[in-house]
Write a protein of this length. Structure first.
Lengths: 230, 230, 230, 230
DNA sequence: AATGAATGAGCCTTCATTCAT
DNA sequence: AATGAATGAAGGCTCATTCAT
C-alpha cells in the first residue's frame, strides 16, 4: 500500500469516527430524527421543521449544529460508507486472513457475509439514505466510489488471488469474482429486507445454500461425489 | 394462471401502453423534459417550472395534461416497470421457450440477459427514476412488487423447473436460483453503467464469462474435462 | 465627447427609461409600496412581506417581477440617479445654454436650481433611498459616481469656463466652483426638506438671496454700487 | 441662554462623556467591532453574532452590556453628535471668540473648519453611522436636531451678528449665512472623503481657496485691488 | 462578568397549482 | 389546448435575545 494510501486511510478512520462528534444530547436527538425522516421521505422531501419537531428541539437548533440541511445529510450519510467498509480498512485485514493456514475460501465468505449482513441490519436506514442520496451528492459519490475501488476492491483482490493460488478458486479476474459474489449477497440481503421484511427464515441455512450456488453454480455435478451439504 | 391474474395481465398490458397516450407534441416534450430532470435531480428536487422551461412550454401547460406533479411522475415511471417485465408478460413466454427442444438453460439466460441489458441501456434514465422513487411512492412499489412476484417470478419458476427436470439445473428452490442469477446480472449491469460508464469492453465476452460463473461457480472442477464454452 | 461616452450615454438614457418597464398594475403597486417602505425603514429593515401587504399582492408576486429583494431595490433606485442628471445628459445641453447670447451666469444657476429643486421635491423618497443605499450597493455607487464625474462635472465645466471667459465668473478651478455652488444648493434643499419640512417660505426669494451669497460672498462690498437685486 | 438650556447643556455634556462609561476591556472591543461593522454594512444588516465574533467575545456578552442591539447603536452614535458640536457647547465659546479684539471673521471660519475637519477625519466611521441611522432612529434625530438648532445655530448667530456689526459680514439672516458656509465646508469634506479618498492635496491651500469663495463669491471684483490672500 | 447553547419569530425565496384570457 | 400572472403555503436559514452554568 502506497504512502498516499496510508494517509488516506487515516482520514477515513477519522471520518468513520466523525459521526461520533455528537456533543450534546439534543444533537443526538436531531441526528436520530433526521435519520428517521430522511430515510422515510428522502432528503429533498424532508423538511427541517419536521426533523426539529420529531427531535423535540427548535428549528434553529439544527442550524446551530449543522450549517445547512445538506451538512446534516453529509454528516449522517458520509461516515456510514466508511463504516460499511471498515473491516477492509484494518491494516492487518488481508494478512490476518491469509495467515489462518487451513482457512477455506468458503469459510471466509461466510464470515464476511454474516458480519456485513448484521451490519446492514443494524444500519438499515442509514444505508438506505446513503444509497439514495449518492447520485445527487457528488461528495458522497466520490468518497464512496474511491473507498470501494481503492480499499475494498484492492484488499479483496489480494485475498482472492491468494485462494486462487491455493487452488480453491478458479482462475478468473478477481474483480469479476468479487463483483459476482458481492452481487449475490447484496441480492440476498435486498430480497430479504425489501421484498419480504416480515417472513422469517433460517438465515444460516439460506447463507449456506447461497454459498453452494456461489461455489458450484447451477450446473449439476457430472455424477458421483457431490461435496454439497444438504 | 388464475382467472384473476388473467385480468391483471390485461391491466398491465394497458399500463404498458399507458405511456403512449401522449397526444400532442407539447406533451411529448414535457415527458421528455421531465425524464431528463427527474433522473438528474430526483423527483422531489425537480421543479415543474424547470421542466416547463426545458420543454419549452408554459408552466400551466403541464397541469393541463397531468393533474399534479406526482401524476406526471407516475405516468412516466409506472409503465417502465411493466415494460421491463414485458417479455415475461407474453402469455406464450414460457411455453414458447420450453418448446424449443434443444435449448440449453445457458442459452436461455444469455438471450434474456442480452435482451434486458439492451432494454436497460435504452431506458436508463427512466429506470433510474423508477428505482429511486419506488420507496417513496407506494403505488409504484406495490405495482412493481406484484409485477415481479406474480408474473416474472412465476414464469421463471416454470422454466427453471423445466430445466431442473431436464437435469440442466441443480435441485434448489427456483426462487433462489432466480434471485442469484438475476443478482449477478444486475450487479454486472450496475457496475458497467454506474461505476465505469466510460470504459468500453467486449460485452459478449463479459456475459459469457459471467455465465460461466453462474453455471459452474467459483470452485475449480476436480480434474480434466471442463465443459466451459470459450 | 468621446465615442465611448456616446455609447455610455445611450445606455444611461435606457436606464433612465428603465423604471418604466412596469407592465402590470400589480407591479406598479409593488414599486409604489416598495418606495414607501424602503424610504421609511431603509432597505435592510424593510421586509418583502410588508411590501406585499402594502401593495395588496401576494408575497410571491413580488418575486415573479423581481428576482430578489435587492433586484427590486436596484430597479427602483438605479434610474433615479440618471433622471436626476438627465438635463445634463442632453447632447445639446451645453451648446444650447452657451448660445443664448446675453445669458447671465446667475440666470443659468437660477434655472438649474429651480428645475432640480422641483425634481427633488417630486422624487424625494426615491432620492432618499438612493442616497441611503449607495454606500452599501456597489452597483449604485459606481453608476452614480461615474454619472456625475463623467457627465455632470464635464458639462458644467464647459459652461463654467465659458462664463469665466466672458468675465462673469472668477478664475478658479471649475470643479471647485461647481462643488461650492452645488453644496450651497444642496444645503438649501436639505435644510428645507429635512429640518423644516413644514415651514413655508417664499422660495423664489430664498433662491435669490442664496444666489447673492454665491455671487458676492459674505464680505461686504467696499462702498458704492452694489449690483444686488433686492 | 435660558435656564432650561443650562440644564440641557449639562445633560449633553454628560452624554458626550457617555461613550466613556466603558468599563471592561471586552466592552471596549465590542464597541470597536460594532463601529466597524455598523459603518460597513449599516445597522440593520449588521448581526450581533458578527460583532461578537469580531470582538472576540461570546454572543451573550454583548447583551450583558447593552440591553438590545439598538441600545448598542445609540450608545455609539448618540454621543458623537454631541462631540461634533462640543466646541459650541463650551459656555465661553462665543465670548472667548468675541473678545479676541482683532480677530477676522475669515480667521474664525478657518479655525473652526480645520478643527472640525480634523474631527471628521478622526471619527469618520462613527459619523457615517450617525448620519445613516438618524432618519430611522427618532431618538438620534430629535437629539441631533435640537443640538444643532438650540446650540450650534444659536452660538453661531451671536458670532455672526457680532461680525456683521463690525462690518466684516454682510447684512443677511445669520442662519442663511451659517447654512451657506456650513454647506460649503460639508461639501468640501464630503467630496474629499467620499469621492476622492486617495488623492492627496494641499488641504490648507484648498481651505484658503474655499474661504475666498465664501468671502467674495463667484463674481469677479470690478477692477483693481483684490484683497485676496494668496 | 462571561459564556454559548437554545430559542422561535421572522426573513427571503421557491414551488405546485389555479384561473382568466 | 395553451398561456403565464398570481397565489399562499411552506421551505431553509438567520437573528436578536435569554438563561443555566
Amino acid at each position: 500500500m502506497s504512502e498516499q494510501n496510508e494517509k488516506w486511510l487515516k482520514e477515513l478512520m477519522m471520518l468513520a469516527e466523525g459521526s461520533d462528534n455528537i456533543k450534546t444530547e439534543k444533537q443526538a436527538r436531531i441526528v436520530e430524527a433526521a435519520i428517521e425522516i430522511f430515510s422515510e421521505k428522502g432528503f429533498a422531501a424532508a423538511s427541517t421543521s419536521e426533523i426539529a419537531q420529531k427531535a423535540g428541539v427548535a428549528e434553529g437548533t439544527i442550524f446551530r449544529h449543522y450549517k445547512t440541511k445538506k451538512d446534516l445529510l453529509i454528516s449522517i450519510a458520509g461516515p456510514i460508507a466508511v463504516k460499511m467498509a471498515a473491516p477492509f480498512l484494518m491494516r492487518e485485514f488481508a494478512s490476518k486472513i491469509l495467515d489462518l493456514p487451513h482457512e477455506q475460501f468458503r469459510d471466509l465468505l461466510r464470515t464476511i457475509a454474516k458480519d456485513r449482513l448484521q451490519f446492514v441490519r443494524d444500519h438499515f436506514k442509514l444505508l438506505r439514505i446513503l444509497i439514495h442520496e449518492i447520485p445527487f451528492q457528488p461528495e458522497l459519490l466520490e468518497q464512496t466510489k474511491a473507498l470501494f475501488k481503492e480499499i475494498v476492491l484492492k484488499r479483496m483482490e489480494e485475498i482472492i488471488i491468494h485462494f486462487q493460488k491455493k487452488g480453491q478458486v478458479i482462475e478468473a479476474p478477481p474483480w469479476r469474482i468479487l463483483r459476482t459474489t458481492a452481487s449475490i449477497f447484496i441480492g440476498m440481503v435486498g430480497t430479504r429486507l425489501l421484498l419480504m421484511p416480515d417472513e422469517d427464515i433460517d438465515e444460516d441455512e439460506e447463507i449456506e445454500r447461497t454459498l453452494d450456488l456461489i461455489m458450484y453454480g447451477l450446473s449439476p455435478k457430472p455424477k458421483e461425489e457431490q461435496p454439497r451439504s444438504t
